[in-house]
Design a protein around this ligand. Structure first.
Ligand SMILES: [Zn+2]
Length: 93
């Protein structure tokens, strides 16, 4: 067959022209990926927000009007729990 782009004779089974690289058939549409890929940036932002939230919660507990060690621990634990939860959600995708 002939290349549709440059007209040179190429093999019938050729997918692209060896001379100019033009495709011999119409580009087949790739089926949409079933899995939506989450962008690494989104995951990174989620983790960053989570870390900040954990830090904030820990600091909030620490600077509470009636600071107690238990409150600080509770704040840190709560932040860690939220962080783990978000991490699971992010990884599930
Ligand atoms: Zn060609």
């Amino acid at each position: 067959m002939q290349c549709r782009s440059c007209g040179i004779e190429i093999a019938d089974k050729a997918i692209v022209c060896y001379r100019c690289g033009a495709a011999t058939t119409d580009p087949v549409r790739q089926p949409a990926a079933l899995k939506r890929r989450r962008s690494p940036l989104a995951a990174f932002v989620a983790v960053a927000v989570l870390l900040l939230l954990a830090l904030y919660m820990g600091m909030a507990a620490r600077t509470a009007s009636d600071p107690e060690p238990l409150q600080t621990v509770a704040g840190v634990l709560a932040g860690a729990a939220v962080m783990l939860l978000i991490l699971r959600v992010v990884r599930r995708g």
